[in-house]
Design a protein around this ligand. Structure first.
Ligand code: ADP
Ligand code: SF4
Length: 692
């Protein structure tokens, strides 16, 4: 289908210094948990984005020197010529599809604890490092350090050219880079020409850009990436004060401005706390003070919104990290008039969560993310079916929907049976909780795709029994019947039932999502530590209940540190008047009260509560699977060659894991896999193993 002419503007080329981007889609630098540790995985992931139509494809942050070593994080590194080949692999993957490759050169200043290099970290002034609260301090750079740092940056820029990069990005964003740290009054107490008035504090950034331009600017474009606002008021950078002045000072120096807000949690705000385009008020001014092209981000997935950003003069290029992760083919789909096929990012930050866990990135919407090289999974292409058998999928949650879709894309005849009237499973229920509406996209995308396929039949309100599955006679069967929350208290802190959990006043998140409400005051007991405890407390507090939240952990929803939301969740609950009791285990529930115990001292504490919502752990709903699996002869007699349980029914986990399991089921139909079912990349052994 040809694209709508209104989207033509998105496919105009954009000149960036000596280079030309073939359209207005710009994948901004983003971490991915692969970097230098899993380099071929990283390179293939970037190549797929170029294939999907992103005209500029960027690296993650690339450390330029051992004094800025963020071990154990897995980001890129360009310390010496030794690092060039793996980065060149990424460049080649991007060039293969006609896109421009960008490298972001970074020195993290006080963010780098230098755990591997053992160098003393560098900063404008003496300051403890931030990473892991490590017992390490950064030292104030003297003039020689600044000269050395400029030289390292330039050396890295030259090496980037040797690796084949088209664009070098000088970085002053996210409170993560030395050049940015120098700009901030709260960090820079220097009295030399790099401190004091704004012009001095910007000097280092100006020098980095100017020196890169002078050395390589004839062949390579130079980008300034800058956070115009830190969203911390007068204590930090503000877009309408120094943020604006800085862009004005350097307006025509770089070949392009890539602007955003700091820190990372503000730039990559989750959909629970920020809408599409939430940065617009902060970055809107930039185009009024420079003639150079401007890139900005805002979890943009709507083509009409993108057109309006270009037409109204807010941006020249649509920047994206997460939308390009959820759908690497987003530009191509717009170009080909396939808007309904776009897999829209849901803003859950699971991608960030795996990166901050130092593991290869995963995506809730895109099960192939991180698997491009390792398993050879392409986000848009899937091998044709390997046999003529039909596929039956039981359960239409994220696992079942994705299993049905991917199997149908392979060409299998697919039947999807769902017990409920509505499709979506946990996503249907959870997307109705406060702030999680966008999560419904996991269901919507798949339900729409399935509705377009004539070889797929979907049966709603069809709870399947083992007999019905056997009678159905499909060759391949996936049981995706989900999981339910436990009521008995088993969890991370408790390996035995908690006394009183059999009382009628004890609810689970399933009960709350089903509409059950307690009477009187409520304790939410969170031994799960992801979003559910916090979100149930938020829901009930907003409905007017007196709510307390107790957790054995030191913070509410503590795992959401990885999705950059923890501080917002805690602040929201405090704002709603929720009483927060941390480092306490629940020891007993009685009528009208609960007993807690301090996790350190065991000291008891009583709390008045008329009801308790137990958010601890889940159990698979796998009776149907167990029933079927118990008798292989019965399966064989029914013509069932493969029976698999997938998603939460297999092992309760994230929605991302359920989607992945569904996809994997379909990919592996008819395959016999080795024990390690993916390619691995092992570090090349050094030839030099002489010991002193
Ligand atoms: P997952 O996250 O693994 O996809 P969900 O809990 O989201 O799991 O979805 C499981 C779905 O399976 C739910 O929609 C539920 O109604 C459905 N289901 C459970 N048992 C049956 C059954 N016997 N027959 C059909 N559907 C079922
Ligand atoms: Fe978007 Fe979530 Fe995928 Fe990240 S993991 S790209 S936030 S859908």
């Amino acid at each position: 289908m040809p694209r709508d002419a209104k989207f033509d503007v998105l496919f105009e080329p954009v000149r960036i210094g000596p280079k030309t981007a073939r359209n207005r889609f710009y994948q901004v630098p983003h971490c991915n948990g692969m970097g230098r540790t899993f380099p071929s995985s990283m390179a293939a992931m970037r190549g797929v984005k170029a294939e999907g139509g992103w005209a500029v494809v960027s690296t993650e942050q690339i450390d330029i020197h051992p004094t800025g070593d963020i071990t154990p994080a897995t980001e890129g590194r360009l310390w010496s010529d030794q690092d060039i080949p793996y980065l060149a692999r990424m460049v080649d993957a991007v060039h293969e599809h006609g896109s421009l490759a960008l490298i972001e050169l970074v020195h993290n200043g006080k963010w780098a604890a230098n755990l591997y290099s053992r160098e003393i970290p560098l900063f404008p002034t003496h300051m403890p490092v931030v990473m892991h609260n490590a017992p390490v301090q950064a030292r104030a750079m003297d003039k020689a350090d600044i000269r050395a740092y400029r030289r390292w940056h330039l050396d890295a820029a030259r090496r980037a050219v040797a690796a084949g990069f088209d664009i070098v990005c000088c970085y002053a964003g996210h409170n993560l880079s030395l050049a940015g740290h120098f700009m901030l009054r709260r960090y820079n107490f220097r009295t030399d020409e790099y401190g004091g008035k704004l012009e001095n504090r910007v000097r280092l950034f100006r020098e980095l850009i100017q020196e890169a331009k002078d050395a390589i600017g004839d062949r390579t474009a130079i980008v300034a990436r800058f956070a115009v606002d830190e969203m911390r008021g007068a204590d930090g950078m503000e877009w309408d004060k120094e943020g604006r002045e800085i862009v004005e000072m350097l307006a025509e120096l770089p070949d392009l401005w890539d602007v955003n807000v700091a820190e990372w949690d503000n730039d990559s705000v989750t959909s629970r706390f920020g809408e599409e385009g939430s940065q617009e008020p902060f970055i809107r001014f930039v185009k009024t003070v420079t003639t150079k092209p401007v890139v900005g981000v805002g979890r943009y997935t709507t083509p009409d919104r993108m057109v309006s950003l270009i037409r109204s003069g807010v941006l020249d290029m649509i920047g994206a990290a997460r939308p390009s992760i959820a759908d690497p083919f987003l530009p191509r789909k717009i170009e080909e008039g396939r808007i309904a096929d776009i897999r829209e990012c849901i803003g859950c930050n699971i991608c960030v969560g795996w990166d901050t866990s130092m593991a290869p990135m995963r995506c809730t919407q895109n099960p192939t993310k991180g698997e491009e090289w390792r398993r050879g999974w392409h986000p848009e292409r899937i091998p044709a079916k390997s046999d003529e058998g039909a596929v039956l999928v039981v359960g239409a949650g994220p696992a079942g929907l994705e299993a049905a879709l991917a199997a149908a894309q392979r060409g299998y005849r697919v039947t999807l049976a769902e017990a409920a009237e509505e499709l979506g499973g946990r996503v249907r229920r959870e997307s109705r909780l406060p702030g999680l509406n966008a999560w419904g996209r996991v269901r919507d995308y798949r339900v729409w795709q399935l509705s377009q396929m004539s070889h797929v039949e979907v049966f709603r309100a069809s709870a399947m029994t083992a007999e019905q599955v056997l009678e159905f006679g499909a060759r391949h069967v996936a049981i995706a019947t989900g999981a339910t929350w436990r009521r008995d208290g088993y969890g991370r802190a408790h390996q035995a039932p908690i006394p009183g959990t059999d009382l009628a006043c004890v609810l689970t998140p399933d009960d709350v999502m089903d509409g059950w409400r307690p009477k009187g005051s409520v304790l939410v007991y969170d031994d799960d530590h992801y979003y559910m405890g916090g979100v149930i407390a938020e829901l009930l507090a907003k409905e007017g209940f007196k709510v307390a939240l107790a957790t054995p952990e030191s913070r509410v929803s503590i795992w959401t540190q990885h999705t950059l939301e923890q501080h917002r969740i805690q602040a929201r609950l405090l704002g709603l008047g929720v009483e927060i009791v941390v480092t306490h285990r629940l020891t007993e529930i009685r009528a009208g009260a609960v007993s807690l115990a301090c996790t350190y001292t065991g000291r008891p504490r009583e709390l008045q509560a008329d009801a308790v919502v137990m958010v601890t752990a889940r159990l698979p709903v796998d009776a149907l699977y167990q029933d079927l699996a118990a008798d292989p002869n019965r399966l064989a007699a029914a013509g069932i060659a493969a029976l698999r349980r997938i998603g939460d029914c297999h092992g309760p986990a994230t929605i991302a894991a359920a989607v992945y399991e569904g996809h994997r089921f379909a990919r592996e139909l008819g395959e016999v896999l080795p024990d390690v079912p993916f390619r691995r990349e092992l570090t090349g052994l050094s030839r030099d193993f002489r010991l002193p």
